[in-house]
Write a protein that binds this ligand. Structure first.
Ligand code: PEP
Ligand code: MG
Length: 893
């Protein structure tokens, strides 16, 4: 029920159902949040429902919220469908006021026996925390003011530790905090417990739209309209003495996937202290010594949770005077490597099957594993080793604040964000940086959790470093000083921090795809074996074939090693650049048929050579060659430069006839909207002999390859077709040329002729176009451009950020296919094309062919293949497999 209750609320309910020790409470739904955010006021009925659930909670606890004699206190926490660590608000200790603080002291004292000083201290400290959190979160009082007052109190006492402040100090601090509250809000700190609760709930609702939450959602592609649930839960205290404490744990190592006990514990502290990474924690194993009963119970619960969720879980817990309470659990975030390893481990443990294992990993994770990492033998200046919080290798200039990270990275520099610890305000700096280095905090600190979520390299808790953010430098062992701008390298897999630039080496996963690493070899690590197993299963399961977009034999070879089953798009335009430009220029300037034919004749053998190499690299597999697409003037000199050159020459009386002709041609061919101009099939129709030359080169190359014993599988593709008539003209000419070459060479060259579907008219008349086409390949780049009316070269930089901010779309339609609009055209074209020609082959070769989400759509509409850049081929294979097992799963349900 995550949609309605948020992840935290749903899992609290789940744990309660499992009979685990969860403090009693209730969850306010995301629907209530959305209704509140839409109208700006409390939705009808919410007030009454909160009253009813609060009353039930009070009955269950046998205490009343904020009761002066024996108060019930609650925490009010956000919890969205997808985890957004630290991005939204929390208020603890709701229910405390000037009277109930005494009641809390009595409760604590009664439980603690005679030590009433400690109980008093605890109660006033709790009240202080409430005013601080409530002030900051609910009423926007600047947090610094409270911090400042706290620092003042410590200074007056001559100490640097909160723990040295006694009840009297804290009581005075409460007064100071209340004054700060009045100054900033113009009202007294609310004393009525229910008012506190209502205001805290609204503040949590509103925190859904806090700037950092919006930014995080955009980064993580979490939809903006989900809203957050609010969990109102009885407070339990980890700061009631040495037999209390709080911790976080994973049921397996989230960095490597290895089984074991992974977690941090902090005695006599509240949960916030651990997550913020403010105090250094001890490893969870220490708890065995401190409180064996709770430790054993916790281990039992962890095993239970893994079995129940059949996955790695992370948990937060608190021990209140020897009693263990589960505060939260969720299926834990993990590194990309751990995702693969854990999925296969769970298969081996019999908890899930291979289909499910495939479901548990993503193309985005696989792409992360294909990044390079540092070489093991690299000799570099090792400075220190921190915690390996999020893997990868990052090199960049050290910067010490978020703004500098953003500024320098916008200027094209690579930076590493170095902080003592990070907090949610550092988010945009973390996004901009190559990696993150902190000197404090464990694997569950903010920096670690957020970096892992982003797939960003992070080393945290490098305690030997002294980070001086004001002085913009850090110091380390042996007198090391690193100033802002100095280059450092961090290894998120080992935790190593180096001074200077460490060379990076390719990822083992890429080496595996390249065929340089044998996954069955004993030396292959667990990750490579896991990737191999899951990829093999994806290949077995998938229905979509995966081809590559490749224009050179080198790219074709690499694509083939990566598992491409052919070329879905061989663009021929680059074959007309460089030295060959002169022939194209001659072709454009030709005054007579014979001049044009000469230019084409010069191009023919060059084109033939291009194709021979590609057919050889893809021997036995289909190769779709697309005839020339871009506007002709792209092959001519820049209009402004040429105009100036000619004007200067004329001024000097040196004007050259050729230059003048060139300028005329440039003017003649100049277009205001070249993307909508003379390109693709239009060129083929307007420039006699151009497409014929290309077809001749293709068929001659294939004939030669066949004669040499090869098996070319030729597909000739016509770009930018709007109408079947265009296609018929070009197809007929192409067939004439093919027949002529085959007869002359005395050999058959089997081939298909098809078209790109990349204009709305083509999609809408696909039924007619299929009469003349043996295959369709969707050019979703142009189809997106022309469906939305967005210039693909300009709009992303021009105004997409405003569109993303305003929620018009969650991700650029050039990146992930717009299912509702462009997708609808694709669907129509598939259906109507196949109605005309049932064996019509359907593929896609726009950028979306390698985008995980879009691959699922192409599977759904029943394409035969997707084609993408060689490096994305493994991602497309994996996602095609995932799409297939997902559909199979939902069919059987
Ligand atoms: C397309 O438009 O999607 C396509 C593949 O062609 P190009 O990107 O070369 O225009
Ligand atoms: Mg195109």
């Amino acid at each position: 029920m995550k949609d309605l209750l948020g992840g935290k609320g749903a899992n609290l309910a789940e744990m309660t159902n499992l009979g685990l020790p969860v403090p009693p409470g209730f969850t306010i739904s995301t629907q209530a949040c959305n209704a509140y955010l839409d109208s700006g006021e409390t939705p009808d009925g919410l007030d009454r429902e909160i009253g009813a659930h609060l009353a039930a909670l009070e009955r269950a606890m046998n205490r009343k919220l904020g009761d002066p004699a024996d108060p019930l206190l609650v925490s009010v926490r956000s919890g969205a469908k997808f985890s957004m660590p630290g991005m939204m608000e929390t208020v603890l200790n709701v229910g405390l006021n000037d009277e109930s603080v005494h009641g809390l002291a009595r409760q604590a004292g009664a439980a603690q026996g005679a030590d009433s000083a400690a109980a008093q201290r605890f109660a006033w400290d709790s009240y202080r925390r409430l005013i601080q959190m409530f002030g900051k979160t609910v009423c926007d009082v600047p947090g610094d003011e409270f911090e400042h007052a706290l620092e003042g109190a410590k200074k007056a006492k001559g100490t640097t530790s909160d723990l040295d402040l006694d009840a009297t100090d804290l009581r005075a601090l409460v007064e100071a905090y209340k004054n700060i509250f009045v100054q900033h809000t113009g009202r007294d700190f609310p004393q009525h417990p229910r008012e506190q609760l209502d205001l805290a709930i609204n503040a949590v609702f509103e925190s859904w739209n806090a700037e950092r939450a919006v930014l995080y959602r955009r980064q993580e592609r979490i939809p903006a309209d989900l809203g957050t649930a609010v969990n109102v839960v009885t407070m339990v205290f980890g700061n009631l003495g040495p037999d209390s404490g709080t911790g976080v744990a994973f049921t397996r190592d989230p960095a490597s996937g290895n089984q074991g006990i992974y977690g941090d514990y902090l005695a006599n502290a509240q949960g916030e202290d651990v997550v913020a990474g403010i105090r250094n924690t001890v490893p969870l194993q220490e708890l065995e010594r401190l409180d064996k009963t709770s430790y054993d119970e916790l281990l039992g619960i962890m095993a239970r949770l893994e079995e129940h969720y059949q996955d790695l879980c992370d948990i937060e817990f608190t021990i209140e005077r020897g009693k263990l309470w589960m505060l939260q659990t969720r299926v834990g975030k993990r590194t990309a490597a751990a995702a693969f390893v854990i999925a296969t481990q769970l298969v081996d443990e019999g908890l899930i099957d291979l289909d499910e294992a495939l479901n548990r990993v993503t193309g985005v994770q696989l792409a992360q594993l294909m990044f390079p990492r540092f070489g093991t033998g690299a000799k570099a200046d090792l400075v220190t080793t921190g915690m390996n919080a999020s893997p990868g290798a990052a090199v960049g200039q050290a910067v010490f604040d978020s703004q500098t990270a953003v500024r320098r990275s916008a200027a094209g520099e690579q930076v590493i964000l170095v902080r003592r610890e990070t907090n949610p305000d550092d988010l945009d700096g973390m996004i901009a940086a190559q990696g993150i280095l902190t000197s404090r905090g464990g694997k569950t600190s903010h920096a670690a959790v957020v970096a892992r979520g982003m797939g960003k390299t992070c080393v945290c808790g490098a305690e030997e470093l002294d980070v001086d953010t004001r002085g913009r430098r850090f110091t380390g062992p042996g007198g090391l000083v690193v100033e802002e701008g100095d280059v450092i390298s961090i290894d998120g897999s080992s935790g190593a921090v180096y001074r200077g630039e460490v060379p990076v080496v390719p990822s083992p996963v890429v080496e595996y795809f390249e065929g340089q690493l044998d996954p069955t070899d004993e030396k292959a690590d667990e990750l490579v074996r896991a990737v191999h197993r899951i990829m093999s299963h994806a290949d077995e399961a998938r229905r979509l074939a995966v081809r590559a977009n490749a224009d050179t034999p080198e790219d074709a070879e690499r694509a083939r090693r990566f598992g491409a089953q052919g070329i879905g798009l061989c663009r021929t335009e680059h074959m007309f650049l460089g030295e060959r430009r002169q022939y194209v220029e001659r072709l454009i300037l030709a005054d007579s048929d014979s001049e044009r034919e000469q230019a084409l004749a010069a191009l023919l053998p060059l084109q033939r050579e291009d194709f021979i190499g590609i057919f050889a690299a893809m021997d036995g597999l289909p190769v779709t060659v697309r005839l020339l697409d871009p506007p002709l003037h792209e092959f001519l000199p820049d209009i402004t430069e040429l105009s100036v050159r000619v004007a200067v020459a004329e001024e000097r009386g040196e004007a050259h006839e050729n230059e003048l002709r060139l300028l005329q041609a440039v003017h003649r061919l100049h277009e205001q909207n070249p993307m909508l101009g003379l390109r693709g099939v239009r060129l083929g129709i307007v420039v006699p002999g151009l497409f014929a030359m290309q077809v001749r080169a293709i068929i001659e190359a294939a004939a030669e390859h066949r004669k040499a014993g090869g098996e070319p599988r030729v597909e000739i593709m016509i770009p930018l077709v709007d109408a079947v008539q265009e296609l018929e003209l070009v197809r007929d000419e192409a067939e004439r040329v093919a027949t002529e070459v085959c007869q002359r060479e005395g050999i058959e060259v089997p081939h298909l002729i098809g078209t790109m579907i990349e204009l709305p008219r083509a999609a809408l008349t696909a039924g007619q176009i299929a009469e003349a086409a043996q295959f369709f390949s969707f050019g979703t780049n142009d189809l997106t451009q022309t469906t939305w009316g967005f210039s693909r070269d300009d709009v992303e930089a021009a105004f997409f950020s405003a569109y993303l901010d305003r929620g018009i779309f969650g991700v650029s339609p050039f990146e992930t296919l717009d299912r509702d609009g462009v997708g609808r055209l694709v669907r129509i074209a598939c259906e109507e094309g196949r109605a005309t020609r049932p064996d019509l082959k359907l593929g896609i070769c726009g950028e979306h062919g390698g985008d995980p989400d879009s691959v699922h759509f192409f599977h759904e509409v029943g394409l035969n293949y997707v084609s993408c850049s060689p490096f994305r081929v493994p991602v497309a294979r994996l996602e095609s497999g995932r799409a297939a097992v997902r559909t199979a799963g939902s069919d059987s349900r």
